[in-house]
Design a protein around this ligand. Structure first.
Ligand code: 1CP
Length: 373
């Protein structure tokens, strides 16, 4: 990667987040929150007035400012780029919109082999507003202590779930039916989704993101067998788009034999909801860190992964509205259970609910930063 990339220049490579993602214990437990940018913040709601969600994502200055808001407010250990998993679909020319209060909705669902064959190709140049938004966010983070930026993308299955269903769905039954009824069309759809989402992720990393998170939010709808056979290969293919992007490993920078630089790959987190049965398979696609939802305690998740995988998670968002002593006891319990893993990044078990009082999130950050590492 370019010399000015924050991992290569060393601005973020020894940060608590990247240290923990690399499997080492930093001097404090790093913390950030999925959906930390968004409707829980009054400053976000104010900025978004009159701008549609996807327009906000494609306005580099706006996306960058929204990305920085939770870092300024909460003092979290990571920024996550403000965008959405469907942005690369939109940029490829898929007729998709994000409907307020609902989520992504397709003009015409993708249900047959012909529909799949007609899907448009993404011109990498179309990602320019995303790359520019990332560059501006990374520049803004220089004034906030060089907090690392996480880039993200949707995993092929979660994208396919929206494409086939035509919008949000509970059980993703149409998508799962296509998987079994027409495996060739399914494979073609997953390969298309892998390349488009991998290209989106690569653009964010090249523009300055220090880590990447693949969201397979809806993979919990799948059996382990279906996941392994019909989904995992495409998720691995998506990650292959960023697997060649390396940076000098700070743990080896003082090695005596310095003629060979030891390189690390940009750390990759893989997260899904209700995926307790899939944790090992989700690690095996080539993830470095596994994101755990709130259903499986971290010590149990770590056990299922052989106690060798860095974990991220898993405060139950349902606690956020409880009296503080109850929140505090839950957060301490999550941190204690996280000690079973080689390293742990505290997060929620899913996104911040829009009605959350943001002062609770700040209080959690302060609590966690005061706990022994
Ligand atoms: O107008 C608004 O404010 C719309 C709400 C909203 C926001 C703030 C949507 C619509 N997307 C986003 C931003 C977003 N999406 C981020 C921002 C970065 C941050 O975390 O701060 C991220 C990481 C996403 C990723 C995303 N979009 C996922 C994966 C994460 C998850 O929550 O599981 C998924 C499934 C989506 C689809 C989507 N986009 C928006 C909604 C409401 C949904 C879910 C719809 C459904 O239930 O199926």
């Amino acid at each position: 990667m370019a010399a000015e990339h924050p991992l290569v220049s060393g601005l973020t490579s020894s940060s608590p987040l990247i240290t923990a993602y690399s499997g080492h214990r930093p001097d404090r437990v790093p913390v950030w929150f999925m959906r930390q940018a968004g409707r829980s913040l009054p400053e976000y709601r104010e900025l978004r007035v009159g701008t549609a969600m996807l327009d906000a994502c494609l306005d580099p200055a706006l996306a960058s400012e929204i990305t920085l808001q939770p870092v300024r407010r909460h003092g979290v250990d990571a920024a996550i780029f403000f965008s959405d998993i469907v942005v690369p679909l939109k940029l490829a020319g898929v007729d998709i919109d994000i409907v307020p209060g609902k989520g992504p909705v397709l003009g015409a669902p993708v249900r047959t082999a012909d529909d799949v064959a007609a899907l448009p190709i993404l011109d990498p140049d179309a990602l320019a507003p995303v790359a520019e938004g990332v560059r501006q966010a990374v520049a803004g983070l220089r004034d906030l202590g060089d907090v690392p930026l996480i880039g993200f993308a949707g995993a092929p299955f979660t994208l396919a779930a929206y494409l086939v269903e035509g919008g949000p769905s509970k059980d993703h039954i149409r998508a799962r039916t296509l998987m079994h009824a027409d495996p060739d069309a399914w494979r073609a759809l997953m390969a298309w989704a892998a390349d488009i989402t991998g290209t989106f992720l690569r653009a964010q990393v090249l523009a300055g993101a220090s880590a990447a998170q693949l969201f397979d939010s809806w993979a919990g709808a799948l059996s382990l067998d279906d996941y392994t056979r019909h989904v995992a290969p495409a998720s691995a293919r998506a990650l292959s788009h960023v697997r060649d992007l390396g940076y000098p490993d700070p743990a080896h920078e003082n090695d005596e034999v310095s003629s060979t630089v030891v390189e690390r790959n940009v750390p990759i987190v893989h997260f899904g909801v209700g995926t307790g049965e899939l944790l090992r398979a989700m690690h095996d696609i080539g993830a470095d860190v596994v994101g755990v939802d709130y259903r499986v305690p971290l010590d149990e998740a770590s056990r299922r992964l052989g106690n060798i995988v860095p974990l991220q998670g898993n405060i139950d968002p349902a606690y956020l509205d409880a009296p503080w002593p109850i929140v505090e006891a839950h957060v301490r319990d999550v941190v204690d259970r996280g000690r079973s893993a080689p390293s742990h990044v505290l997060n929620l078990g899913h996104g911040v609910p829009p009605e959350t009082d943001p002062t609770v999130l700040t209080r959690i950050v302060d609590l966690v930063h005061g706990l022994p590492a």
